[in-house]
Ligand binder design. Structure first.
Ligand code: PEP
Ligand code: MG
Length: 532
């Protein structure tokens, strides 16, 4: 039995379940002397056909797998492998790897964005067939059919989106901070999570029982009967606390002295909104539209996005703040090859991408505008550092409005256009931005990392990542003052908005809207109700 203390909780909850170690596996070709061409070819056919069989089952629910099947069965792949086996001394693993790399390079070298995207699919299929050729199995969080606590070095958003919430009871990672995207996603999915737990993989074997207390920061690996009983009590106590909080849900977020604030949810999809609506929210302060892009096999079209935004607007008519695509940094797209960057968080991300890929941006803006006919929809631009970026984005919205007008399509003419305040430049120019923007929303996750120059996902410096640092608090104060001077509402959608230590301070500073992951809403409401 091993007992590990963890200093920070990423997503609250208590869980007891067997461990599932999620680790990247080595897939480079083995160096064995090849058998005859026929024998090696047969190994290829067998591995490929096994993969095709699995894909066939999966393709009933998801079109991406049908596309993968086409790639696996492609003549070019088969011919490439066989011709290499016939012409050289290569074994099938080496011949297969070389062929996959050649085919992926053809796709990624194409100009057409859609064809480029297919390069990532080819590599994905390559990994699956290669694993079969090597006789190993690939870890896949989408394929689980039993309860588990996932233990990993790190998880990327592309891993977490695949998780089936019926089975995953908890998340423990060695890396990552509490504002890394895995933590945010865990919170929105209401899954207990502890991150930055150094060395946990060495203590855990697949299938070992884990007790995790993601409230007080404790992990017990391979517990004895006493601990299991204790955790049963903890689970019950946690349940009681949840019930007490649920009873407060119908009360509006008003302080004891009568200040009414908005209590909103951060969401990544329509399901999250449905989940948050139960908590009697005042609206959605942040719809992270990038998840719609990340869960797709291609850039979602205007129609596809419209369908989602409309459903969201109807579901939450009070207020739906849709943030335009905020990709880059640690958020990648499975179908788009980003160039490798030295500093991704300082690189080609968010509004910088949208203003360059204008057609794609306008598809999104038109979809948002069309949805605005169905509720109180607001547009929010991420990562703004200059007035030009904000003005250019607003100009594109006006162009889209004109296009819709000409086609007689309904939208809200007065749609509000606001911005994330998450860069030092936005703080320094807050006075000027307040004249251009209809609302501010403070993104403390990025603002903290940029003001302090501390990577939000790097556990090694997690101690230094502090949203209560005087420099960050001062920046927040300046943003609120600048916004209020121009009569615009100032909200916060960074994780700090749901931090129980921060809520009273932010109320005192005059913040108008608190937007947070669903898991924090009940706790924040209780705090607001108890604050003078
Ligand atoms: C933020 O930076 O605070 C924010 C809300 O955006 P994200 O976490 O998606 O970068
Ligand atoms: Mg951000």
């Amino acid at each position: 039995m091993v007992n590990i203390k963890v200093d920070k909780t990423a997503s609250r909850g208590i869980a007891v379940a067997p461990a599932y170690k999620y680790q990247e596996i080595e897939l480079s070709p083995d160096t064995y002397i090849p058998g005859s061409v026929e024998e090696e070819t047969e190994k290829f056919y067998q591995a490929r056909d096994e993969v095709m069989e699995t894909l066939k089952k999966l393709s009933a629910d998801n079109e991406i797998f049908a596309a993968h099947m086409e790639i696996a069965g492609d003549f070019m792949l088969q011919e490439g492998v066989i011709s290499k086996l016939q012409s050289g001394q290569q074994n099938v693993q080496q011949a297969f790897q070389d062929t996959i790399e050649e085919i992926a390079a053809i796709f990624t070298g194409m100009d057409d964005a859609y064809m480029k995207e297919r390069g990532a699919d080819v590599k994905d299929i390559g990994k699956q067939i290669m694993a079969r050729l090597k006789g190993t199995t690939l870890p896949d969080l989408g394929n689980m059919d039993r309860e588990y606590i996932v233990v990993a070095k790190d998880l990327y958003p592309s891993d977490t989106v695949k998780m089936d919430t019926r089975w995953v009871k908890g998340i423990i990672t060695e890396e990552g901070g509490v504002t890394s995207h895995v933590s945010i996603m865990a919170k929105s999915m209401n899954i207990p999570a502890l991150v930055g737990v150094k060395g946990i993989l060495a203590h855990v074997e697949d299938g070992m029982t884990i007790c995790m207390d993601a409230k007080n920061g404790e992990i017990i690996v391979d517990p004895d009967k006493t601990v299991l009983d204790e955790y049963e009590d903890k689970k019950n106590a946690y349940q009681q606390e949840r019930l007490r909080l649920e009873q407060l849900r119908m009360q509006p977020a008003v302080t004891k002295s009568g200040k009414r604030v908005s209590l909103c949810a951060n969401v990544g999809n329509v399901e999250d909104i449905r989940h948050a609506m139960v908590m009697n929210i005042d609206g959605v302060g942040l719809f992270r539209s990038e998840f719609l892009y990340m869960e797709n096999t291609h850039f979602p079209t205007e129609e596809e996005q419209f369908a989602v935004y409309k459903e969201a607007a109807v579901l939450c008519p009070q207020e739906l703040t849709i943030r335009t695509l905020d990709i880059g940094g640690d958020k990648e797209l499975p179908y788009y090859q980003f160039e490798k960057e030295e500093n991704p968080f300082l690189g080609w991300r968010a509004i910088r991408i949208s203003l360059e890929l204008k057609d794609m941006f306008k598809e999104q803006l038109r979809a948002i505008l069309r949805a605005s006919a169905y509720g109180h929809v607001r547009i929010m631009f991420p990562m703004i550092i200059s007035l030009w970026e904000l003005q250019e984005s607003k100009k594109l919205v006006e162009e889209c409005k004109e296009e819709l007008r000409q086609n007689g399509i309904a939208y809200d003419e007065g749609i509000e256009m606001g911005m994330m305040m998450e860069t030092p430049a936005s703080v320094m120019l807050a006075d000027e931005f307040a004249k251009e923007a209809d609302f501010f929303s403070i993104g403390t996750n990025d603002l903290t990392q940029y003001i302090l120059s501390v990577d939000r996902g790097n556990k090694k410096i997690a101690e230094r990542y502090d949203s209560f640092h005087p420099a960050v608090l001062k920046a927040i104060g300046q943003i609120i003052t600048a916004g209020h001077k121009e009569g615009i509402k100032v909200g916060m959608c960074g994780e700090m908005a749901g931090d129980s230590k921060a809520v009273p301070i932010l109320l005192e500073m005059g913040l108008d809207e608190f937007s947070m992951s669903a898991g924090s809403i009940d706790y924040a409401r209780e705090l607001i109700l108890n604050t003078i």
